[in-house]
Design a protein around this ligand. Structure first.
Ligand code: KG4
Ligand code: ZN
Length: 334
């Protein structure tokens, strides 16, 4: 049995998890900082690193205790080295490197986005390569063609905001709080998705890229023009915005899959926790004969089990990081 501890501190979740054989989650601890950043309507990097520093050791201790594993028994350590906030990344890296130093445990640095993709491998029916992965989070919105294990080609990405960022900004405009995604999804249940026709961005050069800044501006103008918005109007705007974002994501993803001739899709990242997005992509994938893999919502948002999963694959491929491993805030996957 291969037992790997994953540590994730790239943004505003302090997370640690223990994974057996790259598939069995023995523990999965996530300490959210939502309450700390909520008053600011977004993540404050300085506050995030300070909070990681306070809770990271208890979080790691809990993950080990829940799994019934001692640090010296670990076969590997997997830690997020990027992309993310540098001050936040350094906290997880320091803890992982200390453990590796003390116990002589093999260490590997993991790309956070590869972690999101590996969340799909923690489900009972993992995807087979090749597949197309839509990684849609607070910091990233990109399509990756995973041709073979650990090999990725970038197919398309956002030219401006990430989809999750758009959810967060629109939620702020509507006074719905932080994080915006879950808040918008909840309020949208009471609204009419056809109430407002927000623009669905098209790339004039035909590229498979995304863009979410236009819709964000449209919502902003709408809110200014119709202020003050009553609760029913807020629900309609939330539902219409969500429907437009879902449409953009689904359309581009299915088109890219058909163009590449890929038969399998993976939907992952924080925004993949969104119910209407999951349902819409399921519908479209089925219609086009594509197999779709979506991790459970808990594994879509930031966690360390996904980091341990990607890390196990890399450790098994013989990869090892030196103790000089550093944070890479702009690390690319492909
Ligand atoms: O992957 P993640 O946990 O952190 C990053 O790597 O960024 O993604 C966080 C993003 C936030 O923007 C949050 O608003 C969004 O995911 N999100 C959602 C939902 N749950 C989280 N967006 C839409 N619907 C949701 N249910
Ligand atoms: Zn993430």
């Amino acid at each position: 049995m291969t037992v790997v501890l994953g540590i994730e501190t790239s943004c505003d979740e302090t997370a640690a998890a223990v994974l057996a054989d790259g598939r069995r989650v023995l523990s999965n601890v996530v300490a959210s900082q939502d309450a700390i950043h909520a008053p600011y309507g977004g993540v404050v990097p300085e506050l995030a690193s300070r909070r990681h520093l306070e809770v990271v050791v208890p979080v790691v201790e809990k993950a080990l205790a829940d799994a019934g594993v001692k640090p010296g028994d670990l076969d590997g350590l997997a830690v997020t080295r990027g992309p993310g906030l540098v001050g936040s990344l350094l906290v997880g890296l320091s803890v992982a490197k200390s453990l590796a130093f003390v116990h002589g445990t093999p260490l590997v640095g993991v790309n956070h986005l590869e972690g999101h993709i590996y969340a799909a491998f923690l489900e009972p029916d993992p995807p087979e390569h090749p597949f197309l992965a839509l990684v849609v989070s607070g910091g990233h919105t990109a399509l990756y063609h995973a041709r073979a294990p650990l090999r990725y080609a970038l197919v398309g990405e956002t030219r401006d905001d990430a989809a999750g960022e758009a959810f967060d900004k629109v939620a702020k405009l509507l006074g719905l709080g932080f994080p915006g995604g879950p808040a918008i999804q909840k309020v949208a249940e009471q609204g009419d998705p056809r109430a407002v026709a927000f623009p669905v961005a098209q790339m004039t050069d035909g590229a498979r890229d995304f863009s979410f800044s236009g819709i964000k501006t449209s919502v902003s103008l709408y809110v200014k023009r119709h202020a003050p918005l009553n609760a029913a109007r807020v629900a309609d705007v939330a539902a219409s915005f969500q429907a437009a974002v879902v449409k953009m994501l689904v359309r581009k993803t299915v088109r890219a899959a058909l163009h590449l001739g890929v038969k399998r899709l993976v939907l992952t990242g924080g925004v993949a926790a969104n119910g209407p997005l999951r349902a819409a992509l399921r519908r479209e994938a089925a219609e086009h004969g594509l197999t779709l893999h979506i991790p459970s919502p808990r594994l879509c948002t930031d966690n360390a089990a996904m980091i341990a999963a990607a890390g196990t694959a890399r450790l098994q491929a013989g990869e090892r990081a030196p103790l000089s491993l550093n944070a890479a805030p702009d690390l690319a996957l492909a």
